[in-house]
Design a protein around this ligand. Structure first.
Ligand code: FAD
Length: 500
């Protein structure tokens, strides 16, 4: 038997896992279906412009530091970070926006300008959010989701009420001003569910936002992927692109024996998949799948998205590196994502202009723009609908920011539900995996370790701990710890795997 671990996919979780497993002395090969690595965090280059296709917000810098420090490295060894100021701005109407700057004091001042006295409430809210962050992100999320007892600690027992209230309820109780409330409800959207379905304990995302700030890696988020790739290769990981896995091979003892890619069989001792969980199970015979179609259908998935990558022939005015457009009713759009899936009539949208901060992302005197509309997964996606929505948001963008831009578009590329399915084998074209609701947290999420197939493991945004780049790094660490433990336990059996 060969002495190897084959990893499916090259997203953040797979790359992170590959580093831990290679460091432990195993032979690790990554099989990526696409022609570049990075998964949802790939990069698009066109006519001198560079766009991050997926993630653009670098939050929770401590998680990245902790990842690299496990290899006696730091993010600085691979990329340089800039703290953004302002972190972002939020539009509520024409020329009417609130700036979120780079320190809590400045954010308190912005709150005061909006509503006198609100900064006192904000400090109280953020202190609680910080205490939740210290419990959740420094400790709880580093548990593998095996047992409910992982969540039961003296600290969490003291906060039990926060698991049975929601962010929306908590925020609305404390902030009567709708604009401020909307800003405070925004960070949990990264977890993939509505603020009214997200436990208030998850206010740790507000501390990540206001307390820690928003960063930009020079040359974009893809630089982080390249950094981890460099680390992985230095540890001996082999990366094969254009290598879609077509089947996971399992023997009569229900143990993995290898994978099949481009019609060739690659034997191995362990298989770890960072591809979407639902898709990975379809690579196994039916009897080896743990979760039924009705299981997946019953789950709350994080949104899909309609994205546009636009090259503008001039510098734009009145926008920031990250700009949110909350000028329409949030609840109606959220209903169209979660309760009654359909294309929203008046969508909220997000725009990023990395070239405001980073000259490498656009030629001189030009602007790179990324526009994102969150959508229900599984919606009908046609080029006509994409066009209609591009026109819709460009018209609103021009009006809200008081400038003409439509005639300055050099090119645009789009990415939507069908591309998520085609490029990533994503379930219903979800963008961020499975949402983190109360009943889809920790031990209640799809498991890192297969219950049906020996030596088969999973990582990434559909399993533990959840969606987002920092959780993907953590997921890679958690699953490698389980695999290493398993190898150590099994080493006297058939496997010749030996940690060095
Ligand atoms: C538009 C968008 C914006 C986002 N914004 C942010 C943000 O600002 N900040 C943030 O922290 N997070 C953000 N996220 C979420 C974050 O990008 C993801 O949670 C994270 O990158 C997921 O990593 P992963 O390893 O779980 O999966 P993926 O990145 O999806 O990796 C899975 C890989 O498996 C490959 N694969 C699939 N099937 C096969 C197969 N059969 N054989 C071989 N390979 C296969 C895929 O091609 C892919 O490379 C965003 C995501 C999207 C889509």
């Amino acid at each position: 038997m060969s002495q190897s671990i084959h990893i499916i996919g090259s997203g953040f979780s797979s790359l992170a896992a590959s580093c831990y497993l290679a460091k432990a002395g195993y032979n690790v090969t990554i099989f990526e279906k696409n022609n570049t690595i990075g998964g949802r965090a790939r990069q698009l280059k066109r006519d001198g412009f560079t766009f991050d296709i997926g993630p653009t917000w670098y939050w929770m810098p401590d998680v990245f530091e902790r990842f690299f420090s496990d290899f006696n490295k730091s993010p600085n060894d691979y990329y340089s970070l800039e703290k953004l100021n302002p972190a972002y701005s939020v539009y509520f109407g024409q020329d009417d926006f609130i700036l979120i700057e780079d320190s809590l004091q400045k954010i308190c001042n912005a709150f005061e300008r909006e509503e006198e006295g609100s900064s006192v409430q904000l400090m109280k809210f953020i202190n609680e959010a910080k205490s939740n962050y210290d419990i959740a992100i420094k400790d709880l999320v580093y548990n593998p989701g095996v047992s409910p007892f992982e969540l039961v600690t003296p600290k969490t027992i003291g906060k039990l009420n926060q698991f049975f209230s929601t962010i929306k309820k908590d925020v609305r109780k404390q902030f009567k001003n709708n604009r401020l409330a909307q800003i405070l409800e925004f960070p949990v959207l990264f977890l993939g569910a509505k603020p009214s379905d997200t436990p208030s304990f998850y206010s740790f995302m507000n501390y990540a936002d206001f307390g820690l700030g928003t960063f930009h890696p020079k040359n974009g988020m893809y630089e982080v992927i390249l950094g981890i790739e460099t680390l992985a290769k230095s540890l001996g990981v082999i990366i094969k692109t254009e290598s879609p896995i077509e089947q996971i091979l399992v023997d009569h003892k229900n143990e993995v024996t290898g994978v099949k890619s481009n019609n060739l069989e690659y034997p191995c001792d362990y298989v770890l998949s960072g591809a979407d969980y639902h898709h990975t199970e379809t690579l196994l015979d039916k009897k080896h799948r743990q979760y039924s179609e009705s299981y997946w259908q019953s789950k709350t998935f994080a949104p899909s998205s309609l994205l546009f990558y636009v090259g503008f022939d001039k510098k734009l005015k009145n926008v920031n590196h990250h700009t949110l457009f909350f000028d329409v009713d949030f609840d109606t759009h959220a209903e169209n994502i979660y309760d009654n899936p359909e294309w929203p009539e008046n969508p909220l949208f997000y725009a990023s202009f990395p070239s405001i901060t980073d000259q490498s992302s656009a030629p001189e005197h030009k602007e790179a723009g990324i526009f994102l509309i969150p959508l229900a997964p599984g919606l009908t996606d046609t080029s006509e609908i994409r066009e209609e929505y591009f026109e819709k948001i460009m018209t609103r963008f021009e009006a809200l920011t008081s400038q003409k831009v439509k005639n300055d578009i050099l090119f645009k590329e789009s990415f939507c539900v069908n591309d998520f399915v085609k490029d990533y084998n994503s379930y219903k074209g979800n963008a961020y995996g499975m949402a983190n609701t109360l009943f889809q947290t920790a031990f209640l999420r799809p498991k890192l370790k297969s219950k049906k197939v020996k030596k088969m493991y999973f990582t990434g945004q559909l399993t533990v701990p959840g969606p987002g780049v920092p959780p993907a790094l953590i997921s890679g660490k958690l699953v490698s710890e389980l695999i290493i433990k398993d190898i150590v336990t099994n080493k006297t059996k058939n496997s010749t795997l030996q940690p060095v």
